[in-house]
Structure formats: C-alpha cells, structure tokens
Design a protein around this ligand. Structure first.
Ligand SMILES: Cc1cc2nc3c(=O)[nH]c(=O)nc-3n(C[C@H](O)[C@H](O)[C@H](O)COP(=O)(O)O)c2cc1C
Ligand SMILES: [Mn+2]
Length: 483
C-alpha cells in the first residue's frame, strides 16, 4: 500500500518504533543538523522536532535514513524486491515472443500507462494560500546545517519545471538557499534537467515558472533524486512505484501541477540570465562546495497544509541520509544497466565514493578486454558519466565488500597494463577536477587476465576450501569444542 502523504509515512515509522518525537525546544540554526548527524551515525530513528524555536511548523529529519526505512518509503520491504518488480514492469516483451507471452506482458505495460499523474481540483497542499506580498518563505523552519554555510537551505525539495512548450515536465532535487522572504537561490547543476528546461526558457528570453513541493508520499521525494533520462517524467516513475497515480493540483500563480498531498508548495519564476551568489554549502562530498553564481527563484506564492510539517535532510561527510537515497537508485537502476550490459552482475557505489568518485562493478566475463568495454559503456550512461574511478572485478568477487575489491585490485592488476586512463565530464562538486577542460578518469581492470590479455602468464586460481570438507567441519564444529 502506498502512503497517501507524509503523515501516513510518519505514522508507519512511529508504529514501527522508527520515529522519535522531540518536544524539547531546538534551534533550526545548526542544532537540528547536529542531532540529525548523530542519529544517522548511530543508526538511530527518524526525528520529528515539534518545538522549533521561533517557528510553528515541526521539522522532520531522517525519514529515509536506513535501508529499511528507504524500502518502506518506496512501498516495499526490501530494495532488491522493489527493483525486481520495477524491472519486470519496464521490460517490454521480446520481438520474437510468443502470443501468450505478449498477452501476459500487456497488463504490465497497461499498468505503467496507468501510472500517469491524475489531476484533481483541490488538495490539502493549498489549505493555506499566501500570494504576492503575503508569501514569505521565512515562515518555514529552514535549516542552517554547517557553520560555514552561506545561510539556510531547503535540502529536500522536489523542484517542478517544464519546457516552454509545456512538455518535458521534470522533478529534480536541487537545494535552495533562502536569500530573503521571496528570493531563493536554485542550485541545479549544469547537466541536470531543471537547468536544461531553464535554458530552453532563457533562449526565448522568458522567465521560467517553477514550483517546489515538500512532502507528500515519500516516493515523490525519492523520484526527485532518480537519474531518469531527460524527458522521462519522474511522476510516472512515482506512479509505477506506488501502483497508483500521483494526484496533482494546479498551482495558484504558475502554470504547473504539484502533488495535491504535499505539505508545502513554493511557486515562483526564474528570470533569464539573472544569478546571485549561492553557497558555500557543506556538501555530501564531506567538503564545502564554494559559493558560485546560480539562478534566482522569485517567489509568487507559498501554499501549505493547515498544520504543515517541514521535511529536511542534512548532507555532509558520509554516512548521511542521502546515502540511502543513493543506494535506492543503485538497486533500482541495476536492472536498467543490465538491459544494456547483461554481463553486469552487481554494482556498488560505495558511500565513501559519494556517488561519483568510485564505482565497483562485478561482471560475468566471457571475452577478453570485456572490462574495458564495460568501463566505456558505463561512462556513457546518464549520470554515470562523471564516475572518476571505476573498478571492474570478476563474477566471484563481492563488490559490496571494499576490502575484497581492493585485495583483487592489488592482486590482479598490473598498473601499466590494466589501467585505462581517459578524460570526460566531472561532477560539478569535484573540487580536484581541472577548472576548465575535461577531467581525468581511471578504469581499473581487476578481473583475472585471459591468455590474450596477459600473454606468457599463467593465471592462478584463488584458493577455496574443499566444499565437502568445509561443510563437514561446519557440522562438527561444536564436536571439536568450538563455539
Ligand atoms: C539530498 C540530495 C540533494 C541534492 N542536491 C542537489 C543539488 O543541489 N543540485 C543538483 O543539481 N543535484 C542535487 N542532487 C542530485 C539530483 O537530485 C539528482 O542528480 C537528480 O537525478 C536530478 O534530477 P534530474 O536528472 O531530473 O535533473 C541532490 C540529491 C540528493 C539526494
Ligand atoms: Mn529528470
């Protein structure tokens, strides 16, 4: 059963003992962020701060901050099971499939077609409406997370945009800095879809309408972070994951639709060419991302529920809540990668790699030089293009175990022969990449080398126990007097 809104999800977390209500007074200035960091570091619960100094709205943090809560947020118990369900829905029947197979696939595809959002006339996200001069984002308990931050930032927003023709609706998570009661900085990276829509408007010299939603079914928050190709609507992904369409209402002051069941909505426009200094911001890299010029959102309305809850997250040095959102993407998109690269068995974007610094890939190797093929293909796939270090290992290696991967890198690699160094786009947050021009990338082929790949070398087998003896010993362990 999908959650209708954030409240239902909070109730679910609470009944599972996974949410703590905090009634003591706390400050939105650094204090909530410090508590959130401690909670995620000790695998603690989500927290709902009911008494935020100077504010009436409560603040929710940590709703996604465990594998279990992340799976619940996507309407399941386990991320791999959700990924399997999604892969089954997305896979069209093969061209040469029999009639029965095609008939069986039809309801699957219809189900995906029925995932488009459904417009409704009114929704709780507009119980309170403040337009024009009455709109004021300083009424929201926006967190300042780190001492060097340029100010308070909205950290868990769904940013809704479309191109000037009203097509290519996009939902992306881009942080927003509070510059004033009706001015926000919009930090969409240059190669993200919100920026692409913005440039389409700017090319016509027109201001782009933008809506920012907070809350609603937690699936929506995840969908805003999902790396879908441009033109694929994140609300359809949300509808597929929920098994029910997302209900949307028209915004009051801009021609966009937002989830009817959101907690809070900010409406406004971004004018072509106008920028302001945004940042610095303590980022998920573990460093401050420096101040830079970003577009400005001029707020035209703020609408919210009568007793709205403000959802937030705190990013910073790992582990933080966004690691779990990224792990959800790693699991959900593995089947998508496998449609193009069937040899990929598993993928790990380790937390310390902050999504773009490291990727460990496990392949079923069937031909020589295959690791290099996989590297080139992954560097050509969506947001994987910014991956800096890409390690490819054989099928027998557990990529979820970093020591095992590094053991193989040490043992299977000749640095002169097995490193592929190349260049390509860098992540915007990579402070080590050259300021101009393409960034360096390294692919490490840590698979066992085939005769064609390492002529004149016999490749030894890794040691494994005799399975029968190992089983026998396990069975008799207590008999030997061991625990
Ligand atoms: C907590 C969190 C914060 C994020 N902040 C930003 C941000 O400020 N700017 C940005 O461009 N991407 C940010 N991202 C990544 C994007 O949301 C992500 O790449 C998404 O796929 C972008 O959507 P798009 O492909 O529709 O542009 C953030 C992700 C998370 C989980
Ligand atoms: Mn997108």
């Amino acid at each position: 059963m999908p959650a209708q809104d954030l409240r239902q999800f909070i109730a679910r977390l609470e009944s599972a003992g996974q949410l703590r209500r905090v009634s003591a007074a706390v400050s939105a200035d650094l204090e909530i962020a410090e508590i959130a960091s401690r909670l995620v570091a000790e695998d603690g619960p989500a927290a709902l701060f009911e008494h935020v100094e100077g504010h009436t709205m409560p603040v929710l943090v940590g709703a996604f901050a465990s594998m279990q809560r992340m799976a619940w947020a996507l309407g399941g118990e386990d991320l791999d099971a959700i990924a399997g369900r999604l892969a089954g829905l997305l896979r069209p029947p093969a061209a040469d499939a029999g009639l029965m197979e095609k008939l069986k696939a039809a309801p699957r595809l219809l189900k995906a077609a029925g995932a488009r959002p459904k417009a409704v006339r009114s929704g709780p996200c507009q119980e309170v409406v403040r337009e024009g001069e009455a709109a004021d984002v300083s009424a929201l308990p926006v967190l300042t997370c780190w001492p060097g931050d340029g100010g308070p930032f909205l950290t868990l927003p769904q940013v809704y945009t479309a191109d000037p023709d009203g097509a290519n609706r996009n939902v992306g998570m881009y942080r927003l800095q509070v510059f004033g009661p009706r001015r926000l900085g919009v930090h969409w990276h240059r190669d993200h879809d919100g920026a692409r829509n913005y440039h389409a408007w700017a090319d016509r010299g027109e201001a782009m309408p933008v809506a920012v939603a907070l809350g609603g079914d937690p699936v929506l928050t995840y969908a805003a972070t999902a790396p879908l190709p441009y033109g694929m609507d994140e609300l359809v992904l949300a509808g597929i994951l929920r098994g029910e369409p997302v209900r949307t209402v028209r915004c009051r002051t801009v021609p966009l639709a937002v989830p009817a069941d959101a907690e809070i909505v900010i409406e406004g426009t971004v004018r072509p060419g106008e920028t302001a200094v945004e940042g610095p911001f303590g980022d998920h890299t573990g460093y401050y991302s420096p101040a830079d010029a970003y577009p400005v959102l001029h707020v035209t309305a703020v609408t919210h529920r009568a007793a709205a809850i403000y959802p937030a997250t705190v990013v910073g040095r790992f582990p933080k809540e966004d690691c779990y959102l990224a792990k959800a993407t790693e699991r959900l998109f593995l089947p998508v990668i496998r449609t193009v690269l069937p040899e990929v068995v598993d993928l790990n974007l380790p937390l310390f790699g902050v999504f773009h610094n490291w990727a460990f890939v496990r392949i079923r190797k069937t031909h020589a030089h295959q690791a290099r093929k996989v590297m080139h293909a992954l560097w050509g796939m969506g947001q994987m293009m910014v991956t800096k270090f890409l390690v490819v290992v054989d099928e027998g290696v557990d990529v979820q175990n970093t020591e095992e991967v590094l053991w193989r890198v040490g043992a299977e690699v000749d640095p002169r022969r097995d490193l592929l160094t190349t260049t390509g786009p860098a992540d915007v947050l990579d402070h080590a990449a050259p300021a101009d021009g393409p960034a360096g990338k390294v692919g490490i082929d840590a698979t066992r080398k085939w005769p064609d790949e390492a002529p004149g070398r016999e490749w030894p087998e890794p040691i494994r126990s005799d399975p029968e003896v190992a089983q026998r010993v396990a069975r008799r362990w207590a008999e030997f007097g061991f625990e």
